[in-house]
Design a protein around this ligand. Structure first.
Ligand SMILES: Cc1cc2nc3c(=O)[nH]c(=O)nc-3n(C[C@H](O)[C@H](O)[C@H](O)COP(=O)(O)OP(=O)(O)OC[C@H]3O[C@@H](n4cnc5c(N)ncnc54)[C@H](O)[C@@H]3O)c2cc1C
Length: 360
């Protein structure tokens, strides 16, 4: 059996991921990891062990999911599972046009689960970034893609997957779906892998990246910025961010893919934009000790751009330092509820003080 919605990287704790949300390419269909939770055991800040669920102590249950470790420590989670598929057909399709990428992504996440892909993500390949993933592309394929990248200023990648047990059915399904997409003709690549190989793909890529770096991996910094951006402003956001990043020339991965808001539970603490469809935009920078400050400055410029232009983005894995910023992040209703829950379950503010939400 397997979870319905997986994060991209597996080497995280269950409790830590549930205290944020747990996002990845299956969220559009099954919601974030928190949406599949049936029951939790939580040790609250008062030292009480409470079993909670949507029916039992539901305020604590909803509060802890996405609750940034503020209300209690999760010691057990019962999560809804489904049968593990035998195989995964994993595809990567290339685009030279941002609007074609996003309209295809939005079309794909609007499909019912039986007819569409099981996983939808995407990437922005910055500054003629070369494709270098021998676990997915052959040498000839990588050369062909890199030639295309050299010709165009911008390149985008749509990453999708179908989970399957029977090869004949998957061929038909994928063929039908590809006909409806507008990637660059001839630039669709696919591979059949085991379910585990697919779920572990980021770790495998990361190991390859580390082995080909000239720098000692322990000296590498990760000044990441994760944002949820409303669909109505994704084009403006992309233009603004691209302009800012041109001057910085960063290295790393930029993920960009849409999600359906109706797969998120409004009662949980996790915060998302107020629009039916929003994008997860993840700037996963890799930097040396010397240049991480430049990247942090770039991240702040992107946040400043959103603020000035009224792009109502919400940070995922936010690192605010002031209570005012946290209040703005949560919005009036959620902030009030979160404060009340904190008073009830951790009145001495003992838990996760490093978040600077109730302790500064
Ligand atoms: C390499 C990497 C890849 C990632 N990929 C993804 C991804 O694909 N999708 C995604 O959604 N997120 C991703 N994240 C973010 C990840 O979900 C958070 O960083 C999460 O907090 C990790 O939990 P941890 O316990 O492993 O980390 P820790 O650093 O040990 O914990 C971080 C915080 O989580 C809270 N916490 C931890 N354990 C518990 C618990 N048992 N109960 C309550 N609160 C707890 C606490 O506030 C703690 O301070 C990634 C992070 C990294 C470093």
């Amino acid at each position: 059996m397997s979870m319905r919605s997986w994060v991209d990287y597996l080497y995280l704790t269950v409790g830590g991921t549930l205290s944020n949300g747990g996002v990845g390419g299956m969220v559009f269909q099954h919601g974030p990891m928190v949406s599949s939770v049936l029951e939790l055991d939580v040790i609250t800040g008062k030292g009480e062990m409470v079993t909670c669920s949507p029916e039992l102590h539901s305020d604590l249950f909803n509060g802890v999911l996405g609750g940034l470790g503020q209300l209690g420590i999760i010691t057990r989670a019962r999560i809804s599972l489904r049968p593990t598929p035998a195989k995964v057909r994993w595809l990567r399709l290339f685009y030279t046009d941002f609007d074609s990428l996003t309209s295809d992504q939005e079309f794909l996440i609007s499909l019912r689960d039986t007819v569409g892909f099981d996983y939808v993500e995407g990437q922005v390949l910055l500054n003629h970034q070369q494709v270098d993933d021998p676990n997915f592309f052959s040498i000839e394929e990588a050369e062909r893609i890199n030639q295309l990248t050299a010709e165009f200023n911008a390149m985008y990648l749509l990453e999708v997957a179908v989970f399957f047990d029977s090869t004949s059915l998957v061929d038909q399904k994928v063929e039908g779906l590809l006909q409806r997409l507008s990637f660059v003709p001839g630039f669709a690549f696919s591979k059949d892998v085991s379910h585990l190989e697919f779920l572990n793909r980021v770790y495998t890529e990361e190991e390859h990246r580390k082995s080909s770096m000239a720098v000692d991996p322990s000296k590498i910094r990760h000044p990441w910025l994760n944002l949820f951006v409303p669909k109505s402003r994704i084009r403006d956001f992309q233009t603004g961010a691209e302009g800012i990043l041109q001057n910085i020339n960063p290295t790393g991965v930029v993920l960009l893919y849409p999600m359906n808001r109706n797969r998120w539970n409004e009662n949980m603490t996790v915060v998302v934009p107020d629009e039916d469809v929003f994008y997860s935009v993840e700037f996963l920078w890799t930097s040396t000790e010397q240049d991480w400050k430049n990247l942090e400055a770039g991240n702040n410029e992107i946040l400043g751009f959103c603020h000035r232009q009224g792009v109502q983005a919400k940070q995922y894995l936010a690192h605010y330092k002031s209570r005012t910023d946290w209040m703005e992040h949560f919005g009036e209703v959620k902030w009030k509820r979160f404060m009340q829950l904190k008073q009830t379950y951790d009145p001495k503010a003992l838990l996760s003080p490093e978040q600077h939400i109730f302790t500064n």
